[in-house]
Design a protein around this ligand. Sequence first.
Ligand code: PMP
Length: 394
Amino acid sequence: MTPFERVYLDHQATTPMDSRVLDAMEPWLRERHGNAASRSHVFGWEAGKAVEAARAVLAAGVGGRAREIVFTSGATESNNLALLGCARARKDKGMHLVSARTEHKSVLEPLEALEKEGFAITWLEVDGEGRLDPAHLKAALRPETILVSLMHANNEVGTLHPIREVGFLCKEHGVIFHCDAAQSFAKEPIDVEADGIDLLSASSHKIHGPKGLGFLWVRSRPQVSLEPLMFGGGHERGMRPGTLDVPGIVGMAKALEIAHEDREAEQDSIRKLRGALQALLIPAGGCTLNGPPTPRLAGNLNLSFEHVDGEALLASLEGIAASTGSACTSADLAPSHVLLAMGKSPAMARGSIRFSLGRGNTLAEIEWVAERVLEEVRRLRELSPLHKMATENS
Ligand code: PMP
């Protein structure tokens, strides 16, 4: 008999909704069903009030002002709005942008779309651990650079980027800095003022809130102008029309409050559990760590297992939820673009697995997962002709 039916180690793909979040949302899913834009009755007023209270909580969470929050359907939309909206609004000032190959697809693909519109993009290189060198950014900035987009925490390998240095360089050069904080929001300290951020993307479902919701924080002093991607209704100060998801917004703010109650202690305990899994798997598993030991997102453990296919390993780990590459691209069997950009071989990239730990995981779960992984790695290696050849020759 196995001690666990299922263990969830895929918190970077999404997180379970916290029951306190669901409780906060419930009245807004039932009797308090008003449209936050209805100005003529109490249903609308109470919904509007709840949205504004949530806006203030979320803005304070990143050190901004309530009116700077634009609600979206998630970080994918926030990234699209930030990049397409800002580049198109500023194209008279220049048509050059800077980003990195290790960004999420929801940054890479809008940037590729902008390239087709005539914008030039400089792609910064990262080192073997996915780290950026601010000196490379400094060298890439030109008089016609209008926007830099760099994430805070990498979703695949957990690398934390030096956003304060990036923000400082951007301010020095009068360039807008967009930061995709989907993975770090509510986990790592973020302060849009001190970090020099102008546009910040965040997502609710990565912080135990409801899915299909997020926001783009848009600096108002001085105002960063965005061309909207959609039209109709003038909501969110003309930047993102559509009836607001009141229950979801209330839930996202509650999720942030819960995360911030005890942020450091919670992240520390997640970091310790990740360290325990890492210590059990390296070197017993003949695997290497992808991404830096530090600074790294607390819950991320990305490992490459030599002579083992990551997909095959995942498939054999019944009841254990982890991922190869990022969840958004796990339907696509190409090796991870992030690991390739870090200079890993396609074979090592294919042998990689991301475990992402979060709230609720226990040491007993971690010990069981490590045991199961080591068992399956041994079994798969025995079946691998490459492994056989390597051990015969050694
Ligand atoms: N950016 C990063 C770094 C992410 O990890 C994700 C989620 N995989 C997104 C953007 C997209 O977020 P959402 O699911 O809210 O659209």
